[in-house]
Design a protein around this ligand. Structure first.
Ligand SMILES: *Cc1c(COP(=O)(O)O)cnc(C)c1O
Length: 433
């Protein structure tokens, strides 16, 4: 089998993994999907608990990437998975998968680190440097900045709206240095996105620079997110044989899509819960069969404030547009801000365990959707509570312990270059630097 990638807009147009990664979005505006799903045999999953996190990751991703040889792929995975994703049992039949032990304390580290290293592999031995342009409203940018930091041949320019990201986020964006430059835009997040989009179609720029994006739809950010589903399964299999449901706090639905892909390749999973905040287009879709995107609402779980999830088309594609099988695999519920705060509070008092607002949406969804049979629920914990300490400390009426590495970010010196929201400013900067 030689894996190819096709665009959700045009099935017949197939590209290699490398081309899909460098393009990010397909030229026709579609999202890339794998042409096949390898069927892992039962034996692979029966023995999963005996293998390490990175061994399972390697075996899983091997068939998806035709061109990277074994030794290089193992290196990329080892450089990505420099931290663990432990499964913490809160009570009988409920565990939390902690995905926040990476450098920016959020699960986006997995995808960003893998993407940076695969891109570096793809452009190896080419004499031209690649510039990664990213517009960010916060978390994506810090994961990308950290994931790409120090990777040879890559230069990162982050555009963020001045005064509109949190203090911790701004420190994580601006204190990196090295091959990472933070451009502080006098404008909104939408201005940042507009500037980036325009850069990709500007002839002068394309002539002088090799530009690419690192946005969340990149296939090399999506696929490595399956790794930790396997890792959760492996950890649980060493304890119990109970069937599992996965509960996923969702915004753009990349995280959930990666779980569905693992299931499609044979990973046993009863079903998935897409836990959403007040931005409920997906849960409404499951109820009515109608998809009605709209502008997003602001909530406590702001990384999930998405009114038109970009991976929705990928989910439809996985089920070939068939509503019933999709409904069998995914349930969904919308959780309000007050339920979110209540859940942070009750998890703290019941289990003496502190969760962030995104994880709280997941835990609340678990308690809302009754468990059938003998299911064990794994809730994906997407961020460290200290990143959202204002909301969390108010809920638990206690300070949130700050990890030393996060405190270290806060002590660093901010370095940003201020630019206006005019495209000419960005263009001049990119051409002259
Ligand atoms: C990005 C993000 C999410 C949502 O993940 P999707 O893959 O976009 O659904 C949830 N929680 C946190 C903390 C995030 O940063």
């Amino acid at each position: 089998m030689k894996m190819k990638y096709y665009s959700t807009n045009q099935k017949s147009h197939r590209v290699s993994f490398s081309e899909a990664v460098v393009n990010g979005l397909a030229p026709d505006g579609g999202l890339y999907m794998p042409s096949e799903y390898p069927a892992f045999p039962r034996g692979f999953f029966n023995k999963i608990g005996q293998r390490s996190f990175s061994e399972n990751a390697f075996q899983f991703i091997r068939p998806f990437i035709a061109e990277i040889p074994d030794a290089d792929l193992i290196q990329i995975i080892n450089d990505t998975l420099t931290f663990d994703a432990p499964l913490v049992e809160l009570e009988n039949k409920l565990s939390v998968l902690e995905l926040f032990h990476g450098p920016t304390f959020a699960f986006k580290d997995f995808g960003a680190r893998f993407l940076a290293r695969t891109l570096a592999w793809i452009i190896r031995e080419k004499d031209r440097e690649i510039t990664i342009l990213v517009a960010t409203s916060g978390d994506t940018g810090s994961a990308v900045a950290s994931g790409f930091f120090g990777v040879e041949g890559l230069r990162v320019c982050l555009l963020y709206p001045s005064g509109k990201v949190s203090h911790i986020q701004e420190q994580q964006l601006t204190a990196m240095g090295g091959n990472v430059t933070a451009l502080e835009v006098d404008g909104s997040f939408d201005d940042c996105q507009r500037l980036v989009k325009r850069a990709f179609v500007d002839r002068d720029l394309l002539h002088s620079k090799k530009l690419t994006s690192a946005n969340s739809i990149n296939i090399a950010r999506l696929l490595p997110q399956s790794f930790y589903y396997l890792h959760a399964f492996a950890q649980l299999r060493n304890k119990t044989d109970k069937p599992i449901r996965y509960c996923v706090p969702s915004g753009n639905f990349g995280n959930l899509t990666a779980g569905l892909i693992a299931k499609k390749c044979g990973m046993p999973a009863e079903y998935f819960i897409a836990a959403v905040n007040a931005n409920a287009v997906f849960s409404e879709y499951l109820q009515s069969g109608l998809y009605k995107p709209r502008t997003s609402l602001r909530t406590h779980s702001n990384a999930m404030d998405v009114g038109d999830p970009s991976n929705f088309v990928r989910i439809l594609e996985l089920y070939a547009g068939n509503f019933n099988p999709l409904k069998n695999d995914i349930r969904s519920v919308s959780i309000s801000d007050s339920e979110t705060v209540e859940t942070i509070k009750s998890v703290y008092s019941k289990f003496n365990y502190i969760i962030d607002p995104h994880t709280a949406v997941g835990v609340a969804a678990h308690f809302t959707i009754k468990t059938e049979k003998d299911l064990h629920t794994v809730v994906l914990s997407t961020a460290h509570p200290a990143k959202f300490s204002r909301i969390v400390s108010a809920a638990i009426r206690n300070p949130v312990p700050m990890p030393e590495q996060l405190a270290e970010y806060l002590r660093r010196k901010k370095h940003s270059i201020k630019i206006s929201a005019r495209f000419d400013d960005l263009k001049e900067f990119l051409i002259n630097s």
